[in-house]
Design a protein around this ligand. Structure first.
Ligand SMILES: *Cc1c(COP(=O)(O)O)cnc(C)c1O
Length: 495
């Protein structure tokens, strides 16, 4: 019997994993959730001896039950290979007071690679299984990290094309250079005269444009999304929490079944939800510590039970967490209602009409294993500086938000349980924020000069992903107005 996926807004019916991966969002606007979370039954001893790829197979086979062993192993093998700069794929780095799970050793040096390196392969395989004969066209709007990770994942994958829109003046110089130098005949990168929200809205309009969809279909194309609400992105993220537990036992840092907390710098709520799924599979995770930056909607929500996006949007040094509507939270809301689709739908309707909703005390009770807090910009910078001073270990600003929130948790709770901090980006991706946090006099240097300074200071070699773009040829020079986005897409597809 296959494990089926139903929409958070309609529990009737159910689709297979491959269908859910192919469609992304459910037709009613809800998110696909598995009917139940499967239990991991492998003994700890066996788990400890597994490679990342083997662990990935054991976890994913329980969720993606309509994939054959061969198909799944093939996807895993293509995703987690020498694109990662370490054989371990995700090393666990121990410091004096926490364990950093380094999720940034992939090609674009941010944790999005963990899921976006496998999603294209899962998607192609899903298309074959469902006799979808059209070429898949991935459309993405990005504020920086997702775009490059999606480009890198889909570049050169037969049967797919990828088009990324980014705000022309709204990403960091390194992020921009990463995207405009992207190789691969099936890739297109376009700068928008506008901000991220406008790019995002433009993409959403194309997704819901029926006439455009028909025009595409007639020429053998269909749109799909690499957005973080796709279940094909969420499940691969469960793997590294299982792997972290196994590695820590293997290294003698945890005993069997010993509980540990996880701390996750959060934006769209995908990464921390994956940790919750790992916990439900049977991994002894204690608290799920949700760290926000100054856009602290989630902190307020965990405290008061009121989700309220009616507030100022703040630009911070951790841009991938500058989010007021955390899409994946809906999957947790659905659980909190006791898997009641009509209540979930009503809450989401209230969110879109009023920008806020209130959960009941009974619902709040169901998420008592979550703890939320936030770090201000000053606290984030001083966390980077302090850890560097004490241990020589350099954090990126997103991870620093998590480290700071973990300190706050410990001070409040006096809880000495060990904790794994999800380290979501390499400091090399945000060199300016990182270096000026350590010493403000660095601010006069260029971004690539700062790369070299960071290497001297941290002793960590400049990652391949940065070396490559330093002198790479700019291949994507297209820019356009927001209204021109559909024309640009059609031009690229030759229709
Ligand atoms: C996307 C991202 C996050 C936020 O992850 P979510 O799954 O959206 O909560 C945190 N840090 C970095 C560096 C990211 O790229």
């Amino acid at each position: 019997m296959d494990l089926l996926y139903t929409s958070t807004r309609n529990s009737q019916g159910g689709v297979t994993a491959s269908q859910a991966i192919l469609t992304g969002l459910a037709p009613d606007g809800g998110l696909y959730v598995p009917e139940r979370i499967p239990k991991l039954t492998i003994p700890e001893k066996a788990l400890m001896n597994m490679t990342y790829q083997e662990t990935a197979y054991e976890v994913m086979k329980l969720f993606f039950t309509d994939f054959t062993e061969g198909e799944l192993k093939n996807c895993i093998q293509k995703a987690y290979d020498s694109k990662f700069d370490t054989e371990e794929i995700v090393p666990v780095k121990k410091t004096n007071d926490a364990y950093y799970l380094e999720l940034f050793h992939g090609p674009t040096i941010a944790f999005k690679d963990m899921a976006l390196s496998i999603l294209p392969h899962l998607m192609i395989c899903s298309a074959k299984k469902n006799q979808a004969d059209k070429e898949i066209v991935i459309l993405t709007a990005t504020s920086g990290d997702t775009g490059k990770a999606a480009l890198s994942g889909f570049a050169g994958v037969a049967g797919t094309r990828i088009i990324v829109f980014y705000p022309k003046d709204g990403v960091s110089p390194i992020q921009k250079q990463q995207m405009v130098t992207q190789e691969g005949a099936n890739t297109l990168v376009v700068g928008i005269e506008g901000n991220f929200d406008q790019a995002q809205t433009g993409v959403k309009q194309m997704f819901s444009d029926q006439a455009l969809a028909q025009e595409l279909a007639a020429k053998g194309f269909q749109f799909s999304s690499a957005n973080s609400i796709n279940i094909g992105r969420l499940i691969p993220q469960v793997v590294y929490y299982v792997y972290a537990y196994a590695r820590m036992m293997a290294q003698g840092e945890l005993s069997e079944k010993e509980a540990f907390h996880v701390v996750v710098p959060t934006g769209n709520f995908g990464n921390i939800l994956a940790a919750k799924y790992a916990k439900e599979m049977g991994i002894p995770i204690g608290k799920l510590i949700c760290a926000s930056n100054e856009n602290k909607v989630l902190y307020d929500f965990f405290r008061t039970g009121n989700y309220d996006k009616n507030r100022e949007f703040i630009l911070t040094s951790s841009p991938s967490m500058d989010i007021l509507v955390s899409s994946n939270l809906e999957r947790l809301i659905f659980e909190m209602t006791g898997r009641d689709d009509s209540r979930d739908r009503k809450l989401m309707e209230t969110l879109s009409s009023q920008g806020s909703y209130q959960i009941t005390p009974e619902m709040k009770e169901r998420i008592s294993d979550f703890y939320g807090n936030y770090a201000s910009e000053e606290e984030t910078a001083s966390t980077i500086k302090e850890l560097y001073r004490r241990e020589g270990y350099v954090l990126d600003p997103h991870t620093a938000v998590a480290a700071c929130v973990y300190e706050k948790y410990k001070n409040e709770s006096q809880d000495g349980t060990k904790a794994v901090i999800a380290s979501t980006a390499s400091p090399y991706k945000f060199t300016r924020s990182v270096m000026t946090a350590i010493d403000s006099s660095y601010d006069c240097k260029t971004d690539f000069e700062l790369v070299d300074e960071l290497e001297k200071l941290s002793g960590v070699e400049v990652p391949q992903g940065i070396e490559e773009i330093r002198r790479a040829e700019v291949r994507h020079k297209t820019t356009c107005q927001v209204e021109e986005m559909p024309e640009v897409v059609k031009g690229f597809l030759g229709i």
